[in-house]
Design a protein around this ligand. Structure first.
Ligand code: ZN
Length: 202
């Protein structure tokens, strides 16, 4: 069953696409390639360096990165069905997220990690990462697991973040009550359709 991707848009917390695990892609069709193109445009427009598919309401295990945040510089990386292994060391660095605009907080993560994935061309990727790329890959991988960086804060910072999350929720529910966004069951039905089109059913 083919399914058009349509015009994608950034979604913000607590959109249900952000809060559930994404599903492995079983095929890379034209729709996926078109989605990746749109995702790079959206990421550059928003000034981001990484973007996961569920941040544009696609329930797929796919994320993109360009550490230079510009189409004319850096390298455009696409990771499909990624897995992480061999976490080593610890590093603390401030993070932000296009799905939590304006919120920035220190996040502790492993300093190095190995990522295995597939490229858009179907080639295997195997990279041992450190520095900013290791951090961004882990941040985007968390998205695919339905986790946000606010789920990784120490207790005191969690309390601090809670007020911002409450505000995001009020804004989101306000949009739903004014009909600017569909109700959650309609948003979930859309995600299920997209999964049925490109993921295994089990
Ligand atoms: Zn993010």
């Amino acid at each position: 069953m083919a399914m058009e991707i349509g015009r994608l848009q950034l979604v913000e917390y607590p959109h249900p696409a952000l809060l559930r695990r994404t599903r492995p892609l079983v095929k890379i069709d034209d729709g996926v390639c078109e989605a990746v193109e749109q995702m790079f445009d959206i990421m550059y427009e928003a000034g981001g360096i990484g973007l996961a598919a569920n941040q544009v309401a696609l329930p797929y295990r796919l994320f993109i990165i360009n550490l230079e945040a510009r189409p004319d510089a850096g390298e455009e990386l696409v990771f499909i069905n990624p897995t992480l292994s061999r976490p080593r060391g610890t590093a603390v660095q401030e993070e932000g997220c296009l799905s939590l605009p304006g919120l920035r907080m220190d996040v502790r993560r492993p300093e190095r990690v190995v990522v295995d994935a597939w490229s858009l061309e179907g080639e295997p990727i195997h990279l041992d990462l450190d520095g900013l790329l290791a951090r961004v890959v882990q941040h985007e991988f968390d998205h695919l697991e339905g986790r946000l960086f606010t789920d990784r804060l120490p207790e005191a910072a969690t309390l601090e973040a809670r007020r911002s999350l409450d505000t995001f929720r009020e804004v989101f529910f306000g949009k739903q009550s004014r009909g600017e966004l569909g109700p959650n069951d309609a948003l979930l039905a859309q995600l299920h359709q997209l999964e049925a089109a490109r993921c295994t059913t089990t």
